[in-house]
Design a protein around this ligand. Structure first.
Ligand SMILES: Nc1nc2c(c(=O)[nH]1)N[C@H]1C(S)=C(S)[C@@H](COP(=O)(O)O)O[C@H]1N2
Ligand SMILES: [Mo]
Length: 534
C-alpha cells in the first residue's frame, strides 16, 4: 500500500472492517455472558425472518434446505461487513460520521432486541456494546493513519499528491508516513484478529454452555402407559438407499424460525391452556411426566417440502394426548382453533377438531425413545398426525389458547399461508436417485408414500411412457405413518424417466397437477431421470 488514492481508501475501508469485527466480537462475548438468545446476529436474523414475506421462506428453503439459517447468517455478515467498510470511508471523508454510524447501528439493534419473544433483561446490551466498541475502534484506528490521510471535519480530504504543503511537512515531522502506516496496519490487523478470536470464543462458549443439554442427557423418559403397537413384520423393506421406516433423530429434518435454539429448562417449563375454556389448566414438567403417556408413530412434513423433497420424516413420539388436556379445560361451544405459542414467540393455529378427535395428537416429550432433541423442541412440543408442521407441530410449546379461526392468526397464516394445513397425499422415489448411475438388468425402484391420518392404499410406478405398474406396498405402521414401496425393474441401457403416484386409503389418486408449496403444500408426481449403462 502507498499514498495513492486507492491506498488511502483501502485503509479507511479496512479500518471500518476491523472496527466492525472487534465490535461483533465484543457483542458476541457479552451475549454469551448475559443474553445468549440476543446476540446481535440472532436479533437481526430473527427480525429478518419475521419480516420476510411468505415466498421468501420458500425460496430460502428451496435454495438452502435446512442450511437456510447458515445462509441467512452469512448474508447478514456480508451486508454488515460491506456497511462497515462504507462507514470507514465515511469517517475519513466526514469525521465522526462513520463513528456515529456504528453507534446508530448498534443502538438500533439494541432497541429491537427486547422486542423479541423470550428476551432476557439485558438483551439490549450485546448490540449496544458492539456498536460502541466498533465506534471507538474506528476512531482509534483513524488516529493511527498518517496525518494527511486522517478524517478532516467538514472538508473533503486532500488529494493525495506527494505532499509538499506545510501540514504534510508537519505530519512527516511527527511520524514518518511509512511508520505511521505500519502502526495503522498493525492496529487494524490486531483489532480484526481480536474480533474474530472473540467471536469464535463466544460461539464456542455458547455451544459449551451445556446447562439444558446436560439436563436433557440426564433425563430418563417414563415408560409409556400405552406403548406403540409392534411394527408389523415386513414394514421395513430392505432396499439400499431407501429411507429408513423410522427416521433417526439425527437425520430428521429441522425447520423453524429459531436462529438460536431455545434453551428451556424442564424444571421451569409450564404449559398454560386458556382462552375460550371453562377451566384454565396449567401443567408442569413433573405433572406431565407423571401422566399416562402414549407412544405413537407419526410422519411429520413441512409445507415447504417440494415434490420429491426431504422435509419429511417418520418418528415414534411419546407424549400425552392433547384431547385429554382439552377435556379438562372444556372448550366453549364456539371455539374451533387452538393457537399454540412457543417460548420464542412462534405460533400455530390448529383446528380444535384435530386435537379432540381420536387421533394421537400429542404433547410430546420423547422422539424415538429419547427426550426430544433440543432442535426438535425440548422439552415439550406438539405433534398432530395429518397436519403440516406450520399449523400444528409447535416446538418448545408453552401456551395453548383456545380460540377461533376468525379471531386469531398464527405465524405463517398471517404471512399468507393457508389457515388449514392437512398434509397432502405424496409419494417419493428414493431409489434410484436422480442422476444415479444404474447398471442394465434386474434392479429395484423403491420409495415412500404418505398421507398421515388418511393412509396410503397403493403406489404405482411408470417408466417412460409405459403402463402404470402397481408397486409392492409394505404394511404401514399405521395410517399416520409413511409406507415403503418397491417395484422390480428390468432396466435397459439408455435414458429413462421414472414417475410414481400414490392412492390414498380414501381412494383418491395423487394429483398430477403441479403446485408450488405456497400456500398449502406442493403437488405433482415425483419424476426422476436416470441413465442406465449396459
Ligand atoms: N417453535 C417453533 N415450532 C415450530 C416451528 C417454528 O418455527 N418454531 N416450525 C414448524 C414447522 S414449519 C415445521 S415443518 C415443524 C418442523 O419440526 P422439526 O424441525 O422437528 O422437523 O416444526 C414446526 N414447529
Ligand atoms: Mo414447515
Amino acid at each position: 500500500m502507498n499514498g495513492s488514492a486507492w491506498g488511502v481508501r483501502a485503509r479507511a475501508a479496512a479500518a471500518g472492517l476491523a472496527a466492525a469485527l472487534l465490535g461483533i466480537g465484543a457483542g458476541e462475548l457479552v451475549a454469551t455472558l448475559v443474553a445468549p438468545q440476543s446476540s446481535p446476529f440472532a436479533v437481526v436474523g430473527g427480525v429478518l425472518i419475521d419480516a420476510a414475506p411468505a415466498w421468501a421462506k420458500d425460496t430460502a428453503i428451496a435454495l438452502f434446505g435446512t442450511g437456510d439459517k447458515a445462509a441467512l447468517l452469512t448474508g447478514i455478515a456480508i451486508v454488515l461487513l460491506a456497511a462497515a467498510a462504507a462507514l470507514g470511508l465515511c469517517e475519513r471523508r466526514w469525521r465522526h460520521l462513520g463513528v456515529a454510524g456504528f453507534v446508530v447501528l448498534g443502538g438500533a439493534v439494541s432497541l429491537l432486541a427486547p422486542l423479541r419473544a423470550g428476551a432476557a433483561t439485558l438483551s439490549w446490551l450485546p448490540a449496544l456494546t458492539a456498536g460502541i466498541v466498533a465506534a471507538l475502534t474506528l476512531r482509534a484506528l483513524m488516529r493511527r493513519l498518517p496525518e494527511r490521510e486522517r478524517p478532516s471535519a467538514g472538508t473533503a480530504p486532500e488529494k493525495p499528491s506527494e505532499g509538499t504543503a506545510p501540514q504534510h511537512a508537519r505530519a512527516a515531522a511527527t511520524l514518518p508516513e511509512g511508520t505511521s502506516r505500519r502502526r495503522f496496519l498493525a492496529g487494524t490487523g490486531a483489532a480484526a484478529a481480536l474480533g474474530i478470536l472473540a467471536t469464535v470464543a463466544a460461539t464456542a462458549g455458547r455451544a459449551g454452555s451445556v446447562a439444558v443439554a446436560t439436563v436433557r442427557s440426564a433425563l430418563r423418559l417414563p415408560k409409556p402407559a400405552v406403548p406403540a403397537p409392534a411394527i408389523p413384520s415386513g414394514a421395513a423393506l430392505h432396499v439400499d438407499g431407501l429411507s429408513p421406516l423410522i427416521t433417526p433423530n439425527a437425520d430428521f429434518y429441522r425447520i423453524d424460525t429459531a436462529l438460536v435454539v431455545p434453551q428451556v429448562d424442564p424444571a421451569r417449563w409450564r404449559l398454560r391452556i386458556h382462552g375460550m375454556v371453562a377451566q384454565e389448566v396449567t401443567l408442569t414438567w413433573d405433572e406431565l411426566r407423571a401422566l399416562p403417556l402414549v407412544e405413537s408413530a407419526a410422519t411429520l412434513s413441512c409445507v415447504s417440502n417440494e415434490v420429491g423433497g426431504d422435509l419429511v420424516g417418520n418418528a415414534v413420539w411419546l407424549g400425552y394426548p392433547i384431547r385429554e388436556l382439552l377435556a379438562r379445560a372444556q372448550p366453549s361451544a364456539g371455539a374451533d382453533m387452538v393457537l399454540s405459542t412457543s417460548i420464542d414467540g412462534f405460533t400455530a393455529g390448529t383446528p380444535l377438531e384435530a386435537l379432540t378427535d381420536d387421533r394421537d395428537a400429542l404433547l410430546a416429550i420423547g422422539m424415538n425413545g429419547e427426550p426430544l432433541p433440543l432442535e426438535h423442541g425440548f422439552p415439550v412440543r406438539m405433534v398432530v398426525p395429518g397436519l403440516y408442521g406450520y399449523v400444528s407441530a409447535t416446538k418448545w410449546v408453552t401456551d395453548l389458547e383456545v380460540t377461533r379461526f376468525d379471531r386469531a392468526t398464527a405465524y405463517w397464516t398471517s404471512r399468507g399461508w393457508s389457515d388449514h394445513g392437512p398434509i397432502k397425499l405424496e409419494s417419493r422415489i428414493d431409489v434410484p436417485r436422480a442422476g444415479q448411475a444404474v447398471r442394465a438388468g434386474e434392479t429395484t425402484i423403491a420409495g415412500v408414500a404418505w398421507q398421515p391420518h388418511v393412509g396410503v392404499s397403493a403406489v404405482e410406478v411408470q417408466v417412460d411412457d409405459g403402463p402404470w405398474q402397481t408397486a409392492e406396498l409394505a404394511p404401514a405402521i399405521s395410517a399416520d405413518t409413511w409406507v415403503q414401496w418397491r417395484v422390480p425393474w428390468r432396466a435397459a441401457a439408455g435414458q429413462h424417466t421414472l414417475r410414481c403416484r400414490a392412492t390414498g386409503a380414501d381412494g383418491t389418486v395423487q394429483t398430477a397437477t403441479v403446485a408450488p408449496p405456497a400456500p398449502d403444500g406442493a403437488t405433482g408426481w415425483h419424476t426422476v431421470g436416470v441413465t442406465v449403462s449396459s
